[in-house]
Design a protein around this ligand. Sequence first.
Ligand code: NDP
Length: 333
Amino acid sequence: MTKGATLKAILIEQGGSRQKVGLAELPRDRLPDGDVTVRIACSTLNYKDALAITGKSPVVRSFPMVPGIDFAGTVEESSNANFKPGDRVVLNGWGVGERHWGGLAELARVKGEWLVPLEPALTFAQAMSIGTAGYTAMLCVMALERHGVRPGSGEVLVTGAAGGVGSVATVLLAKLGYAVVAVTGRVEESDYLKKLGAKRILPRSQFSEPGKPLAKEQWAGAIDVAGGQVLANVCASMRYRGVVAACGLAGGMGFPATVAPFILRGVTLVGIDSVMCPRDERQEAWRRLARDLDPTLLDAMTERILLEDCVPVADRLMAGAVRGRVIVQISDE
Ligand code: NDP
């Protein structure tokens, strides 16, 4: 086969009762339909990618699948009027890496309407240090702002703070002047979290056992990646008219709560979905990320790996042993 006729990718295949996953060399003509082909510079390993690669949850909707819910790269071919070869672009969500081949590959072919032009201030590596986790953290911050939480309102809680969404949320909130209280199951990461801007650290154990319907009023805002019992306890400890942005289920899909915080304290629970988020809001989130994030802190929270490392690192991520963000360097750009 001639050079450029194939691409390297992580491929998940159905193999009897267990899925098979590994690095593969695929003919380029197996790329799915789409009006823009992107040469990927960087992708990332998000929680959802780790679920897909390990098969721990039915994230993948059709097989064979190239996982990777986000990527940044350069347009190579386009029949879409909004993009031309050489444009720098970023993609998050839209079912990419779940229903449509994704970013853990040298090339992706996608619908142009899923792409966002990469902010000029960001390199590919910085964009992917942010990745879907960071873009989701920004959507959470924007939701708190939309519902009236301001730096002077009081302390803002971030759960799963040493993970991807939590690390970026901590950095963003601290930079914007909020007093951030970081909740973590890894108190040994306290120095890391303080470096990101957390004022105080609380152990996750304080939130993981069943609690009262209403606890002491403490937080003006909260960003929760855990769900489950943690989210229920966060809601119970919000101040009057506090706002919780809920985006994750790292601690469980359930929500063993009562309505007390909502009907007695006027607490607002805002759901955050990054996958189908409308384009305007995505672009606003990326503009804000380019402006409000300190690049040196991005470096401090990022581990770089290669495509061939994705499978073992996905196991580490599922075990809660990865700190911050993991970017997958695909080309030298
Ligand atoms: P990471 O794996 O990087 O971080 C998750 C963090 O959650 C861990 O680092 C850990 O933080 C904490 N955690 C792990 N297990 C538990 C548990 N049993 N109970 C409470 N907390 C726990 O994942 P991401 O940051 O990429 O994603 C976080 C969550 O957000 C995931 O559920 C993901 O699916 C979701 N998500 C949702 C999006 C959306 O569109 N709604 C988009 C992106 C992510 P620590 O060690 O500090 O306790």
